[in-house]
Design a protein. Structure first.
Length: 120
């Protein structure tokens, strides 16, 4: 299978985030449950173990139908090592703010890579 075929088949947005972020994005229509009953989102709260977050991250980054993975930045901080090691173009990884945690560009793994490529 060519990479063009692979990119064309990626039609979903996945989300790992807090309840408010997930609710808003589900109301916007991103929710999907496939034939194996796998969802394209994970709601994270204070009680969610890091292993569950990492497992969801791995699953979403390996699924051939995910084009974009959105993750709340404060959730990404819990698995920062895994997030920083992620290098693939698809799915695109975007760290987003949440209601209670503002966006910090100093922590964003994608922005750090761009700055490194530019020599900043």
């Amino acid at each position: 299978m060519s990479s063009a075929q692979t990119a064309k088949d990626r039609t979903l947005i996945a989300v790992i985030g807090d309840e408010d972020s997930i609710t808003g994005l589900l109301l916007a229509g991103i929710g999907h449950v496939n034939q194996q009953s796998k969802k394209n989102f994970l709601t994270v709260d204070a009680k969610t173990p890091t292993t569950v977050i990492e497992a969801a991250f791995q699953e979403f980054t390996e699924r051939p139908d995910i084009a974009i993975l959105l993750i709340n930045q404060h959730v990404a901080d819990k698995i920062r090592g895994t997030v920083d090691r992620y290098q693939a173009a698809f799915p695109a990884l975007l760290e987003i703010p949440s209601k209670d945690f503002p966006y910090d560009p100093e922590k964003d793994s994608v922005l750090k890579r761009v700055q490194k490529l530019r020599g900043d």
